[in-house]
Write a protein that binds this ligand. Structure first.
Ligand code: G1P
Length: 292
């Protein structure tokens, strides 16, 4: 498969599950330890070799654009105060000029529509999609594992990350049917968005990471609304699977569904427990809290 250079981040969602925190602040800017959710996901994409970041934003989301720009007042103040480590951190994280693009999804018509909004920016090449609600804790991240797997597949392959979920949660996700293995990946036989437990083809859910061929855009342009009255990416993938192969990859690492309060809070604790500067004290505090 040709190299995956571009990644799409759909960040237009309203974040109603986190109100009132998300009334004036995008949910993607909620911090997991000291990095916004979106920064964690961008880190994963860069670690996988992504060169161009494409954000599909919406109204009230301009702070995301500011986050990926320079902040002169802050830089001047940090310089005056001799805070070299902070300055280095900010400059290392800044995308090179021209490598971050922003487009707006003007109406909340669903994930499929959000991805379609990126069609002009992606152009005619395979690309990645990363949903910032999902964090995967693994030294290499999830997308790098997918790109490794994709390299061993045919040119026009599409690949989605999957993981096992309990039967009583399959209705919250896209779910795939499992066919023969090919290297670390397996052939997908079916995809259903938010099935009832009794109708789910397996207990493997789509985990918010995709490598897609550009032909998905043609399908999306004609895609009718599906589950929840929204234009679903999964439905368009079902159409594309008629002409192109689709694979699933059970990735290594632990995922956190940060679209839910429990997933978000657990992610904060898990990521903090990986930090040498925070973990010892946090562990002691948590132990004390749990005793009380
Ligand atoms: C979206 C996708 C779904 C996927 C999920 C992962 O759903 O439509 O297929 O399993 O993300 O988080 P959403 O969470 O936007 O309802």
């Amino acid at each position: 498969m040709s190299r995956i250079r571009k990644a799409v981040f759909p960040v237009a969602g309203l974040g109603t599950r986190f109100l009132p925190a998300t009334k004036a602040m995008p949910k993607e800017m909620l911090p997991v330890v000291d990095r916004p959710l979106i920064q964690h996901v961008v880190d994963e994409a860069r670690q996988a070799g992504i060169e161009h970041l494409i954000f599909v934003t919406g109204r009230q989301k301009s702070v995301i654009e500011d986050h990926f720009d320079r902040q002169f007042e802050l830089e001047v103040t940090l310089k005056e105060r001799g805070k070299k480590a902070d300055l280095t951190l900010l400059s290392e994280e800044l995308p090179d000029a021209g490598t971050a693009s922003f487009t707006r999804q003007q109406s909340p018509l669903g994930l499929g529509h959000a991805v379609w909004c990126a069609r002009e920016l992606v152009g005619n090449e395979p690309f990645a999609v990363l949903l910032p609600d999902v964090l995967v804790q693994h030294p290499r991240g999830c997308l790098a594992q997918m790109i490794d797997a994709a390299e061993k597949l045919e040119d026009k392959a599409n690949i989605v990350a999957v993981e096992e979920v309990p039967a009583d949660r399959v209705h919250m996700y896209g779910v795939v049917g499992v066919g023969p293995s090919k290297g670390k990946a397996f052939t997908i036989t079916q995809m259903v968005e938010k099935p009832k437990a009794s109708e789910a083809p397996s207990n493997l859910s789509i985990t918010g990471r995709y490598i897609l061929q550009p032909e998905i855009f043609g399908v999306l342009s004609k895609q009718a609304a599906g589950a929840g009255g929204e234009i679903q990416l999964t439905d368009a993938m079902v159409q594309l699977a008629r002409t192109q192969p689709f694979y699933g990859l059970k990735f290594e690492g632990r995922s956190f569904d940060c679209g839910s309060k429990i997933g978000f809070l657990t992610a904060n604790i898990a990521y903090a427990l990986e930090r040498k500067d925070i973990a010892p004290v946090l562990r002691a505090e948590l132990t004390q809290l749990l005793k009380e």
